[in-house]
Design a protein around this ligand. Structure first.
Ligand SMILES: NC(=O)c1ccc[n+]([C@@H]2O[C@H](COP(=O)([O-])OP(=O)(O)OC[C@H]3O[C@@H](n4cnc5c(N)ncnc54)[C@H](O)[C@@H]3O)[C@@H](O)[C@H]2O)c1
Length: 253
């Protein structure tokens, strides 16, 4: 299996895409550090991975707090002896235009979606370098590429992730660290359901999303996890600084 012997840290792994990515990497042989801000859901992800015969440990970590993130990287090395893969998946979203967004809301979203990626990369890189290299996968969004209604702060944060990815790729190619972005389209998870519910007519909004997508349906967390595994493994060995878009054709037209 392509991830045998490797240690992968996945943030936001207590739900949605993060849980699916953690399970997919573990199924392919990785030992996974399941990180996130809520203990119960993390324990459930570990249970699912162990139930499938994989190895995982849960580490509670708020990606906006540097002390938590530093401890996360140390814990990965302590538990599994190395750190090969970091999937920066933790994220948040709210549906607001700029005029309706408070400064506190803007700051919190930027902290989670962008500063979190910076902090996790900062603290994972030394361990990756010590191990002879590694891979970072940053989860952005199709909304890093195109505009949409009432997602100003979210779009800006994800565009930042895209460019931070390129900067990291340039700075760390020489360390043997590849850094790529995965940009999912509309994937049915709790985050999406909350966003749909906040519109007041979730079914209508969902139908609009489906119609806007060339493939006529929403994506699944498992489909996104397959793409994350590709980026995390040697199968993408000639890719760095790239953005893999997984959006059912949303941004193609
Ligand atoms: N679902 C989609 O349609 C979609 C589309 C494009 C991009 N994304 C991105 O995929 C990622 C995962 O989203 P999801 O849909 O699975 O949503 P989700 O809400 O199910 O997952 C987000 C996870 O991040 C965790 N998290 C939030 N703040 C955190 C913090 N400060 N520290 C640590 N963990 C924190 C949450 O506990 C949760 O487990 C996000 O970055 C999101 O922006 C999702």
């Amino acid at each position: 299996m392509s991830m045998d012997g490797r240690c992968a840290v996945v943030t936001g792994a207590g739900s949605g895409l993060g849980r699916a990515i953690a399970r997919r990497l573990a199924a392919d042989g990785a030992r996974v550090v399941v990180a996130g801000d809520k203990e119960g859901p993390l324990a459930r992800t570990v249970e699912l991975i162990e139930g499938d015969g994989g190895a995982a440990v849960a580490v509670r970590c708020d990606v906006t707090r540097e002390e938590d993130v530093a401890a996360l990287a140390s814990r990965a090395v302590e538990r599994f002896g190395r750190l090969d893969v970091l999937v920066n998946n933790a994220g948040m979203e709210f549906a607001k235009r700029v005029e309706d967004t408070t400064v506190a809301e803007w700051d919190r979203l930027m902290d989670v979606n962008l500063k979190g990626v910076f902090l996790c990369a900062k603290h994972a890189l030394p361990a990756m370098r010590d191990g002879g290299g590694g891979v970072i996968v940053n989860v952005a969004s199709e909304l890093a590429l195109v505009g949409s209604e009432a997602v100003a702060a979210y779009s800006a944060s994800k565009a930042g992730v895209l460019q931070l990815t390129r900067a990291l790729a340039v700075d760390h190619a020489g360390d043997g660290v590849r850094v790529n972005t995965l940009s999912p389209g509309v994937i049915l998870t709790d985050l999406l359901q909350t966003a749909l519910d906040s519109t007041g007519d979730a079914d209508k909004r969902r139908r609009e999303f489906e119609e806007r997508t060339l493939l006529g349906r929403l994506g699944t967390p498992e489909e996104a996890a397959e793409a994350a595994l590709f980026l995390a493994s040697d199968r993408s060995s000639y890719m760095t600084g790239a953005n893999l878009v997984l959006d059912g054709g949303w941004t193609a037209h």
